[in-house]
Design a protein around this ligand. Structure first.
Ligand code: SF4
Length: 275
C-alpha cells in the first residue's frame, strides 16, 4: 500500500517542481494542471514560471531512504505527478541537477521517472549509458501515433527498467515489436477520469493485456476511469450516461470509484521482476 501516494503502484510521490506545458492529446485534461489551478498556482504553459518547493519537502526522500534501509524493504518513488522531469525550460536546470543529487543519495529508493519527453530524457540525464539501478524510465503513449513516436526513444535509453504508461488509452495500439525485443519491462494502462473524461473501448485494454501475456511482460491495469463496460459494474448501479458510440461492449459513465479496476473478472497488478 502506498504510504503517501494514492497511486497503487508506488509508495511515495515526489515533485521536484509544479508546472508543465502540454505536448500531446494525453495532456488535454491534465489533472495536475487542474489541481494546480484549484490550489491557486498559475504554473502551466511555456510562459509561466514553475512552482518550487521548500527544503523541508526536499528532505522527505532522505527520510524515506533511511526508513527503507532500516526495514530492508526498497520503496518506489513516483517522480513527478505535477510536472514532467524532462521538460526543457531554463529555470528548471538547477532543480533537475538537485534531483539527480537526491537520487544518487537515496540508494534504497527506486525512482520512477515518467515523461512524455523521452527524447529529452536521453539528453538530459546525467548518467549517459550507465543509469543507476534505482532509476526506472517510463514514457506515456495514448495511441499508436505516440507509441511510434516515443517508444524508439525509450528503447534507446540505458535505464535498467523501462516502462510504458498507456493512460489514458485513446485508441487501439500494437506494442508487439517493442515487447518482443525486450525494450519494455512493464506496461501500465487505464482509462481517463474527470469531468471531460474520454471513454476507451474495453478491447483496447484487453489487446494490450494479451500482447503483454504473449511476451511475458508484466501488465498493470490501473483503473477503468469514469467510463466502464456495463457488464463490469454491479447491475443496481445506474450510470449517469450511456455511450452512444459503437464500441465492442456497451460502455457507460459510472464515475471512477464505481467503475473500479476489474478487467475480465480480475485485477491485474503486474510489476517488473526486480520490484
Ligand atoms: S506532460 Fe504530464 S504534467 Fe505535463 S501537461 Fe502533459 S499530462 Fe500534464
Amino acid at each position: 500500500m502506498a504510504a503517501n501516494s494514492r497511486i497503487e503502484w508506488t509508495d511515495h510521490t515526489f515533485n521536484p517542481w509544479w508546472g508543465c506545458t502540454k505536448v500531446s492529446p494525453a495532456c488535454d485534461h491534465c489533472y495536475a494542471e487542474a489541481w494546480a489551478k484549484r490550489t491557486g498556482h498559475s504554473v502551466w504553459g511555456a510562459k509561466s514560471s514553475r512552482r518550487f518547493l521548500s527544503d523541508a519537502y526536499w528532505k522527505q526522500p532522505l527520510k524515506w531512504d533511511r526508513e527503507a534501509a532500516e526495514s530492508g524493504c526498497r520503496k518506489r518513488v513516483f517522480c513527478a505527478s505535477m510536472a514532467d522531469v524532462f521538460e526543457w525550460k531554463k529555470e528548471l536546470t538547477p532543480w533537475r541537477n538537485k534531483l539527480w543529487e537526491l537520487i544518487d543519495s537515496t540508494p534504497n529508493l527506486d525512482w520512477l521517472l515518467l515523461t512524455k519527453r523521452p527524447h529529452l530524457a536521453n539528453r538530459m540525464n546525467p548518467w549517459g549509458t550507465s543509469w543507476p539501478l534505482n532509476v526506472w524510465l517510463g514514457t506515456t503513449a495514448e495511441d499508436q501515433k505516440w507509441v511510434n513516436k516515443r517508444l524508439p526513444h525509450l528503447a534507446n535509453s540505458s535505464a535498467n527498467i523501462r516502462f510504458l504508461s498507456c493512460e489514458p488509452l485513446l485508441g487501439e495500439i500494437d506494442l508487439s515489436p517493442w515487447l518482443a525485443s525486450g525494450d519494455v519491462d512493464w506496461v501500465i494502462t487505464g482509462g481517463e477520469s474527470g469531468p471531460n473524461a474520454r471513454p476507451s473501448d474495453p478491447t483496447w485494454f484487453k489487446a494490450v493485456r494479451d500482447q503483454c501475456e504473449r511476451h511475458a511482460v508484466p501488465f498493470h491495469f490501473k483503473q477503468w476511469g469514469d467510463w466502464a463496460p456495463m457488464d463490469t459494474v454491479q447491475s443496481n448501479i445506474i450510470p449517469s450516461r450511456v455511450l452512444n458510440v459503437e464500441f465492442s461492449t456497451p460502455v457507460a459513465r459510472f464515475g471512477k470509484k464505481r467503475s473500479g479496476r476489474i478487467l475480465d473478472g480480475q485485477t491485474w497488478d503486474g510489476l517488473p521482476a526486480m520490484a
